[in-house]
Design a protein around this ligand. Sequence first.
Ligand code: PGA
Length: 251
Amino acid sequence: MRRPFIAGNWKMNMTHLQAISFIQDLEYKYSNKNNCEVAVCPPATSLKSVKTIIDSDNIDIKLGAQNMYYESSGAFTGEISPEMLKALGVEYVIVGHSERRQYFGETNNIVNKKVKAAFNAGLKPIMCVGESLKVRESGKAEEFVLSQIEECLNGINEESIIDLTVAYEPIWAIGTGKTATSKDANDVCLVVRRKIGEIFSKKISEIIRIQYGGSIKPSSISDLMNMSDIDGALVGGASLEVDDFIAIINY
Ligand code: PGA
């Protein structure tokens, strides 16, 4: 049985002061009837503050970062290393988000290096894949996503891979209010799982969690979570509203 995993991607929102008040409000109202694993992924500037509050209140919310570089240290002005995140108590890191791919030139090759670097530092990557509207309309969504999976997971060893989460996020559904139908989302998640089975083993493919992401709302989460191969959600906009995020956790 895969434990459901709901992660909130705050993107570039909230100062660290706003983040503190947000996480306090979230903790105050928190409930988790499905025993999901829950993570929040604030901007790098808020990681430390959010971690301090989660720890002092002893609440079981995990901390994730939204990005990192793949080198450990050195002359890479402005970048943050996996080891730096680990030292802050970060457990998860989002890699290959479509906004990173679109605005910051992140390729499958770079994502592959980041996944490896995350594992090396003891972080658990949430690796994002997903097709554009053009690709979907051309009928090649599955093919496109599977090639992302192959390239991004190239050369990763079997011991590490069990800590991977895949987030299937069709680009046309992110922040647009359009959610993929549960069936369409599940179809892609199913082929992703099969591909992971081919690359690694059937056993591993049954352990790895696959999230769906893209305009998830309290009203759309239950149908998605009822599907066979969707194990959780990567939530953007709705994770910035405490009540909505809690409603999603308690789908
Ligand atoms: P959204 O973002 O829920 O606002 O569509 C999801 C994501 O980009 O992770």
